[in-house]
Ligand binder design. Structure first.
Ligand code: SAH
Ligand code: SF4
Length: 357
């Protein structure tokens, strides 16, 4: 029997399990203290937990399921981790250093079925969803890396922007958010967490109903259906009108600013005309949206796309600004270390395949 990762349980689920096992309720808080504050990696290190309870924990759960396979450090401090999961699948996690804190980008699926035409992650169809324990453990592994350095540094922000479509793994995503956000867990503030989606409109609505303070980012990348369908085939299922309606629903319920992600692809979606269309599309929600212009990270397998020229990026930015749209150009992190999502993983898989031949 493969044991379940204990990181996958919310505190309520752990409490319920302990009670079922005839254990005391308060043990849950003690166990969480060992897991998330003291960050032990063996149950036997949980000093104030009685033998019987420890034995039950050992029987049913594991703490460590991820094995670090590769770690790449960039000159700007960005660190990319490649982890091997228990079934041998590889996933990526990235630690980025910003003036406001340390941010971790987590993976939610092995591969991605959405298959956007510019993305390295979408090259490999989804093999499976990560369970919530595997998503939480990515943060724990990075935090343990920081603990080992001994500089008293904390992961302060999380972006769910690694491999996979988080809303296609909704249930595990929500458990993950509840664990990392809980004051007795890692206590990472909801306002410091951002979930990015390619636009599963019905899930945007579900997310709006969760009443969390977690930030939402929508990968729009084009201001009209023709262009969006060309670069993201998911647009056929969830065209722009449906997305905007879901966004309105979200904004009504949450009144929280949503980030609109827009990758700039040279001569594809980076003309002033598209900037004007985008400004028009967002006009009625301009106070509650922020457009993040993302310089494209070239992916070897997608040679049809190139990064936009600086002057075109600036013209796009200026057009949005002139039309009252809040926007910025994303600062690049880890440009020297396979920074685009899924790049390190696809490279490593190729290496492993070459070795196997
Ligand atoms: N599946 C989700 C979250 C993961 S992708 C989503 O699509 O939103 C996170 C972000 O990285 C998305 O905005 C995605 O469009 C962007 N991205 C993917 N490949 C990229 C590349 N090669 N260069 C720049 N950004 C990329
Ligand atoms: Fe999947 Fe996001 Fe990549 Fe699209 S951009 S293929 S949704 S990970």
């Amino acid at each position: 029997m493969v044991k379940q990762s204990i990181y996958g349980l919310t505190i309520d689920q752990l409490t319920e399990w302990l009670l079922e096992q005839g254990q005391k309720k308060y043990r849950a808080e003690q166990i969480w203290d060992w897991l998330y504050r003291k960050r032990v990696t063996n149950f036997s290190d949980m000093k104030n937990i009685n033998k019987e309870c420890l034995q039950l924990l050992e029987e049913h759960f594991t703490i460590q399921t991820l094995k670090q396979s590769v770690k790449q450090e960039s000159a700007d401090g960005t660190i990319k981790f490649l982890f091997e999961m228990q079934d041998g699948n590889l996933i990526e996690t990235v630690l980025m250093s910003f003036p406001y804190g340390l941010s971790v980008c987590v993976t939610t699926q092995v591969g991605c079925n959405i298959g956007c035409s510019f993305c390295a992650s979408g090259l490999l169809r989804k093999n499976r969803d990560l369970n919530s324990g595997e998503i939480v453990e990515q943060i724990m592994k990075v935090q343990q890396h920081l603990d080992e350095k001994g500089n008293d540094e904390r992961v302060s922000h999380i972006v769910v922007m690694g491999i996979g479509e988080p809303f296609d793994n909704y249930h595990n995503l929500m458990s993950f958010l509840r664990v990392v956000n809980h004051p007795k867990g890692l206590a990472i503030g909801a306002r410091h967490i951002t979930v990015s989606t390619s636009g599963l409109a019905h899930k945007i609505r579900d997310f709006a109903d969760e009443n969390l303070q977690v930030n939402l980012a929508l990968s729009l990348h084009a201001p009209n259906d023709e262009l969006r369908t060309q670069i993201m085939k998911i647009n056929k299922a969830f065209p722009i009108e449906k997305l905007m309606a879901a966004l309105d629903y979200y904004l009504e319920r949450n009144n929280r600013r949503v980030t609109i992600e827009y990758i700039l692809l040279k001569d594809v979606n980076d003309h002033v005309e598209e900037a004007k269309q985008l400004a028009k599309l967002l006009q009625d929600k301009r106070h509650l949206t922020y457009v993040n212009l993302i310089p494209y990270n070239p992916v070897n397998e997608h040679i049809q796309y190139e990064r936009s020229e600086h002057k075109d990026i600036m013209a796009f930015y200026d057009t949005l600004k002139k039309n009252g749209i809040q926007c910025g150009v994303r600062h690049e992190q880890g440009a020297d270390i396979d920074a685009a999502c899924g790049q390190l993983r696809s490279k490593q898989i190729k290496k492993n395949q070459a070795r196997a031949i």
